[in-house]
Design a protein around this ligand. Sequence first.
Ligand SMILES: O=P(O)(O)OC[C@H]1O[C@](O)(COP(=O)(O)O)[C@@H](O)[C@@H]1O
Ligand SMILES: [Mg+2]
Ligand SMILES: [Mg+2]
Length: 289
Amino acid sequence: MTVSDPVVETVVATIGRSATEIRQGLIGRRGTVDEENPSGETQAEADVWADELLGDRLTGIGGIGQYASEERAAVVDCGDDPATTDAYAVAVDPLDGSSNLTSNNTMGTIFGVYDAALPARGDALVAAGFVLYGPITTMVLATDETVTEYELSGGERTVVERDLTIPAEPVVYGFGGRVPDWPDDFRAYAREIESELKLRYGGALIGDVNQVLTYGGTFGYPALESRPEGKLRLQFEGNPIGYVVERAGGRSSNGTQSLLTVEPDALHDRTPLHVGNDELIDRLEAALA
Ligand SMILES: O=P(O)(O)OC[C@H]1O[C@](O)(COP(=O)(O)O)[C@@H](O)[C@@H]1O
Ligand SMILES: [Mg+2]
Ligand SMILES: [Mg+2]
């Protein structure tokens, strides 16, 4: 099943084909480099390598005017200006959860295709999705039309689930950050959820969100006492994940409003991030109000 917009389809196909190579290329790239990314985090060799690989390929696609990545300070202009033409901008988190390379746990690649110049609001997304490097490599893709899950193998993208929706009955939850660093109102909400749902936390947003999409429930990386702005990045993580979960029938929130309506100030802005079944996100917002 292909996407009807040919530019979006080319982006998705390019990321799908690159995923097999990225997965293979992780071998021998589990160390860190002596550099920090624009968020001040130590880069893994694989972060830098995956960003270069995706950057080279995505900037060459006709109809793509900007490329931005969690691993680069500035937006790369690579075609017409998305602000004034119908070119799109692509933003990626080349490797999400790359600290999991050390322990050989799940990681992902996140992407968003924006019909606006970056940084942009999430409601300017025309498509977003992620690759999950689990026991098998899968992709979840959301467009205006639907959410689809694929298996990726040998450069092929095979549909495994059409019209993916979040199950109505929540089962799992995962919350990031250290408990003593959680604000009191979030901690009180978390205590309730802990007594209702089953804990799943793997340290890669993609792995944890995919469990929520599979079983129902919620994932949150809240505002912390030490970091009120949260940990995750709006353009590269919050917007695309919020878009996928909302398209799948759930909700996203920064604590007070949909992630897709947050006005960005800068490319590497962070945000508290909450996604999941709508009644859980309603409860979260009520708890933080
Ligand atoms: O180590 P912590 O604090 O649990 O943080 C885990 C979170 O950080 C991240 O690893 C950040 O993503 P990156 O690896 O792309 O920087 C998320 O995937 C994950 O949800
Ligand atoms: Mg990430
Ligand atoms: Mg990353």
